[in-house]
Design a protein around this ligand. Structure first.
Ligand code: TYM
Length: 355
């Protein structure tokens, strides 16, 4: 008889080790990781190889890996229920990355939105024209766009495919990468006339993928945008950030359309506050009685209810290097077991065999 464990869908997701986790990471990814842990075969990792694409300080990479691990555990991931590991502890990923790259087109990688964004940053281009390919090839300054940045989606596809994941809980900004993963899986299957890989999908409990906005009126909360609320923020810092969030002059007539910065506050509120609280402020906006100061106070209060207990646990766990090492040693062992089986099959399918 089939074991119940074997029937569970496989979940795989990761976060780059580039600094502390913010509310975007939490609502786009980590909170879902926690909610899924009882019902699926979950494998969560820290993407330290992906972090290398933007050349962080080598000393910081290691610290950041431990920080993210502590934040995973503090948010409620149970190492008994999940496979928790560090990407670089699974060398099979790097080997399969080389193999999969043989079936990935440079053109499709160059057209990826995140590549264009990062390439523009690397070359110091501020306009958002579509001429990035020409800028890269024609560029003869000392700035360069590294090949790791270009092949970032291959590495991410391998993370997912090597674990044979069915579900990949990620935020909206990662959906294009997931679409590429599906395309690479289909291409591999059709090239080798096999049905080896299944196509993974995003997972958001039946809802739309989440995009957490920034506090500066911009569309997305992100580390490089400097508009984040971090899980590790203390109470005073967090309140200050929320109180300073960009708004507008306030509605002048009933039922006026809501401006982007204020809509962002409503979006954040919908994530952390109860529906009656959101309704109260929506109604107040509609009849022009809203006071943004009150709304921000309420928002800060409701964010703190979620983040403060996590912050306390992060501080406890972060100091316990021995515990963290134990968690990832066990995780790596399991992750490698799955990964090496896939790599073996993939090499066999591609014709790489021992003489
Ligand atoms: P990263 O490290 O940029 O972000 C980690 C997770 O946080 C989500 N996220 C957001 N969600 C909603 N709103 C936001 N403002 C926001 N900012 C970040 C991201 O969507 C992501 O889910 N390439 C990935 C890491 C990765 C990965 C993988 C993920 C590598 N291999 C395999 C899944 C499966 C990344 O850079 O995420």
């Amino acid at each position: 008889m089939e074991n119940k464990e074997e029937k569970k869908k496989i979940v795989l997701s990761g976060i780059r080790s580039t600094g502390n986790l913010h509310l975007g990471n939490y609502f786009g990814a980590l909170s879902k990781f926690v909610k899924m842990q009882d019902d699926y075969d979950c494998r969560y990792f820290v993407a330290d190889l992906h972090a290398l694409t933007t050349h962080p300080d080598p000393k910081m990479i290691h610290e950041n890996v431990k920080q993210i691990l502590a934040e995973y555990l503090a948010a409620g991931l149970d190492p008994e229920k999940n496979t928790i590991f560090v990407q670089s502890d699974v060398p099979e990923i790097s080997e399969m990355y080389l193999l999969l790259n043989m079936h990935v087109g440079i053109g499709e990688l160059m057209r990826t939105a995140s590549f264009k964004d990062k390439a523009r940053k690397a070359l110091g281009i501020t306009s958002d024209g579509d001429e990035i390919e020409k800028e890269i090839i024609g560029n003869n300054t000392n700035q360069r766009v590294n090949a790791g940045l270009l092949t970032y989606p291959t590495l991410m596809a391998v993370d997912i495919l090597i674990q044979k994941a069915d579900l990949v809980p990620v935020g909206k900004d990662q959906e294009q990468h997931l679409e590429l993963t599906r395309r690479f899986a289909r291409r591999f299957n059709s090239f080798y006339k096999t049905d080896y890989f299944t196509e993974p999908t995003n997972f958001n409990f039946g809802g739309e993928a989440v995009k957490v906005p920034g506090l500066d009126g911009s569309g997305k909360m992100g580390k490089s945008e400097g508009n984040c609320i971090y899980l590790i923020d203390d109470e005073k810092t967090l309140r200050k950030k929320v109180m300073r969030a960009v708004t507008d002059e306030g509605p002048k007539e009933p039922n006026q359309p809501v401006s982007q910065p204020v809509e962002n506050l409503f979006t954040l509120m919908a994530l952390v506050s109860g529906p009656e609280v959101v309704k109260h402020y929506r109604d107040a906006y509609a009849d022009c009685s809203i006071r943004y100061g009150d709304m921000k106070k309420q928002l800060a209060e409701d964010i703190l209810k979620i983040t403060l207990p996590i912050r306390e646990r992060i501080l406890e766990i972060r100091g316990d290097d021995e515990y963290l090492s134990k968690v990832v040693a066990r995780g790596a062992e399991r992750a490698r077991e799955y990964a090496s089986a896939t790599l073996r099959d993939v090499k066999e399918i591609m014709g790489i065999r021992k003489v």
